[in-house]
Design a protein around this ligand. Structure first.
Ligand code: KG4
Length: 364
């Protein structure tokens, strides 16, 4: 089984500031663990500053065109110990220096979650330190508060809107505080990432489709083809109609030219991406206008998309928004976002009991 470990480590030359947290002004050092889907990740954050972020991704799913839950769970079991070990080593932190362990409790694949949850419980019990359960979706949003340097100050002020877009979610979230978030719009069927992945699969491209569509789209014409856009009230989304429209159009075009995809894949990708981004941004703009909020962030795997990132910059210019776009390393699943969410919960002494179960489905 291939395991790719990528790291995102801040400079370890700076000394971490001693801020709030434990009595007596001691540093607060949180180990974050993320295992909700197909990335095993561990990160160490000290007083809000990232010291290490190590992720092992699982190439085994590529051959199946999607994540195979049982294989994901097994790979997490293989990866969790070396990944945590590396994260501690890179951070220069010993287990005994940890203040608490934050872990993803859900939502996600149950078999995957259980590996991280069980590991967190075992380590917390052995070290006799508190456990902090983190909602994966809140983690994505709180990734905007990760500091890689103590002096970093580019975080969104409350309240702000966050477009949370991943393989499983497309939501507009009103973020009132670290621990107070409200979903004001969400997809009623497929998520944006899911729709892109499925269209990519129909085109016979690899998995996951998002990054491939992104790459192809850079060489195509976004106005070459038009796919149906949904008419859903309020701030909700729908992507299943787009997927069907893409499929039916492709079927018709291929009757005339069996090599249509090969001949037009760049234009198809660019037009698909353009439609998805357009759908996402129109509702976000509506919400921002109605709520009179100008601070707007994006989070989740699809926030790595070049077209979406450009659209955020365009809207910032057009509507005088302040936009917050995460570094690429914090767009997909990572433990740094779990550690920072845990850090904030630690301030409230919001711990979870040892018997806390994992949740495969849970809202923000
Ligand atoms: O947040 P994430 O890593 O996992 C969850 O779904 O929780 O998001 C994965 C999704 C996939 O659908 C993937 O295709 C999409 O993010 N994605 C992208 C890009 N990179 C990842 N979609 C469009 N453009 C990208 N560059």
């Amino acid at each position: 089984m291939t395991v790719m470990i990528k790291e995102n480590i801040s400079s370890q030359t700076h000394s971490a500031p001693s801020l709030t947290g434990r009595a007596g002004g001691e540093s607060v050092t949180i180990l974050g663990i993320e295992s909700s889907c197909d990335d095993t990740s561990a990160a160490v954050i000290r007083d809000g500053v990232l010291l290490s972020n190590v992720t092992a991704s699982q190439a085994v799913h590529e051959a199946y065109g999607g994540v195979v839950p049982e294989l994901a769970s097994r790979a997490h079991q293989q990866n969790i110990v070396p990944v945590v070990d590396q994260a501690l080593k890179k951070a220069g932190v010993s287990r005994e220096e940890l203040t608490a362990i934050a872990f993803t409790r859900g939502p996600g694949l149950m078999g995957s979650l259980l590996v991280g949850v069980s590991f967190a419980k075992g380590l917390a019990a052995a070290l006799n330190i508190p456990m902090i359960d983190v909602n994966h979706l809140q983690g994505h949003i709180l990734a905007h508060f990760i500091k890689t340097q103590p002096t970093e100050e580019s975080q969104p002020p409350f309240p702000f809107l966050c477009l949370l877009v991943s393989g499983g979610n497309s939501q507009i979230v009103l973020v009132k505080a670290y621990n107070d978030m409200e979903i004001i719009g969400q997809t009623i069927d497929d998520a944006a990432g899911e729709a892109i992945d499925k269209c990519s699969k129909v085109m016979g491209l690899g998995y996951p489709g998002g990054p491939i569509i992104d790459r192809l789209a850079r060489q195509g014409n976004p106005d070459a083809y038009h796919f149906s856009e949904p008419h859903i009230p309020g701030y909700d989304y729908s992507f299943s109609g787009l997927k069907t429209s893409f499929l039916y159009n492709l079927r018709d075009w291929m009757q005339e030219d069996p090599d249509f995809i090969e001949h037009h894949k760049e234009d198809l990708a660019a037009s698909l991406e353009h439609t998805v981004v357009d759908i996402l941004m129109k509702k976000l703009r509506l919400a921002a206008r109605d709520l009179k909020i100008r601070h707007v962030a994006v989070a989740g795997g699809v926030s790595a998309n070049t077209g979406l990132r450009q659209a955020f910059q365009d809207y910032a210019r057009r509507y005088h928004w302040h936009v917050y776009i995460p570094p690429f390393s914090f767009t997909t699943d990572n433990a740094a976002m779990i550690a920072i969410a845990g850090y904030f919960k630690y301030q409230d002494r919001d711990f979870c009991p040892m018997e806390a179960p994992a949740y495969s489905r849970v809202s923000i």
